[in-house]
Design a binder for this molecule. Sequence first.
Ligand code: NAD
Length: 506
Amino acid sequence: MWQSLLGRLRLRDINSGVYGGRWLDRPSGETIESLNPATGEVLARVLLGGENDYDVVAGNSLAAFAAWRKMPPPQRGEIVRLIGEQLRKHKDDLGMLVTLEAGKIRSEGLGEVQEMIDMCDFAVGLSRQLYGLTIASERPEHRLFEQWHPLGPVGVITAFNFPVAVWAWNAALALVCGDPVIWKPSQLTPLTAIAVQQLVNDILEPRGLAGVLNLCAADRDVGEQMAADGRLPLVSATGSTAMGKSVAKTVAERLGRSLLELGGNNGCIVTESADLDLALRAILFAAVGTAGQRCTTLRRLIVHESHAEQLVTRLTKAYQNITVGLPWEEGTLLGPLISESAVKQYTTAITTIKQQGGEVLCGGKQIDRAGYYVQPTIVRAKPAMEIIKHETFAPILYVLTYRELEEAIALHNGVPQGLSSAIFTDRFREAEQFLSPWGSDCGIANVNLGPSGAEIGGAFGGEKETGGGREAGSDAWKTYMRRQTCTLNFGKTLPLAQGVKFDVGV
Ligand code: NAD
């Protein structure tokens, strides 16, 4: 089945993971296998880029910048519109490839491509709205205003779990802002990245724009190289907090700009007044969807003590009804984890949970079948357990209980991460308290919906160890541009600001 898919996406003609204006024939990195996590089968072998290949790509994108920044933004928007159309045309195949390589169920694979399309649509509109302010000048016959200019090539480092959407969040904005992109995808998902590059090349190459979007599928060492590269004024990095700390430090050393989208440890409070039917449905998707491998996955459920027993009973029952299967099969709700090592992290976490006094209420084991499957797990946890402060990238849900809302909010905020959050309540005051400055400390806060599954129209990102970055909608575009404050004197005198006098006879 997948051989013909690879053919349609023109992946069989190519095994290079490096594109810098053209596919590099023999990149110098190692050859890796792209695996189907649902079966362990090899989908393809990909030649990764090494240090020198990256250098070629970076040089090429810098050259492309010289012309790209001169193109008026609405014309750049037109190119992004065509890219969006191209993705629409290939949505089905690309979505299936996401399913095959990342293990996402079919609707999520398609949803991921839809997110790319949505980002392109958003960016097309944005290309006519890259506006600055005009500010009242204190000086007569002066005009004070700000404008936004392209920044330069943007390095985009992405994680395996959104193998193509995160690229689009960055690339669509960067393009209309006038910045070329160098993409370093996760070494676990190189095929989807190569497929996207092939698709966008169809739009860029015939228009003489090769090199505006570039790819360097490579190991983390090239990611480190990008962080240190002064040619990249902005490095946008999505992945673990450990990776973000390393990137942030290296980029800061050269006083560059970094945009960080790192690990989450998301909580949901279910209050006494909550609609439990609604909460139950939201919890199931947020905790089990994507096999617990979303940055916004629900990991900590904080339930009012009056509902704890009932909710846990209903949840554990619903967990038994979750269809585990091949992710491309109709009806499957739970696919595999990404790798053997992810399974190991899950089983290690279960051991630690037990050592720290957690009670496994359901799940807790690897599933005995081909591929990297684990049981979705619910744990009765205690606030003192150290492990609940860490993100284990697997479907493990900790259940904690509370009496007073203040206590729930303190529990909720008492972790190092700050990405997404939710509360279920039918009381206006509780909802407002959760959204107040002394409520949730996360970048995303939802009422009566789960923490997972954001729309692209809002700015996406989180606080604390999640890194503080914002991507996608709202005014996230500003990170991809440099602001210039301009003053224009249309008079015949030269008044100085703040009334300073400096009169020299001339
Ligand atoms: P990871 O940190 O292992 O790898 C992410 C990317 O960073 C890969 O391309 C990798 O090669 C690269 N990398 C690793 N170390 C690096 C370094 N020192 N310098 C430069 N690049 C380096 O993450 P992963 O396992 O692929 O993804 C899962 C993690 O990503 C989770 O923590 C998840 O929460 C997070 N994530 C966050 C968001 C968000 O928007 N906040 C979105 C998706 C995933």
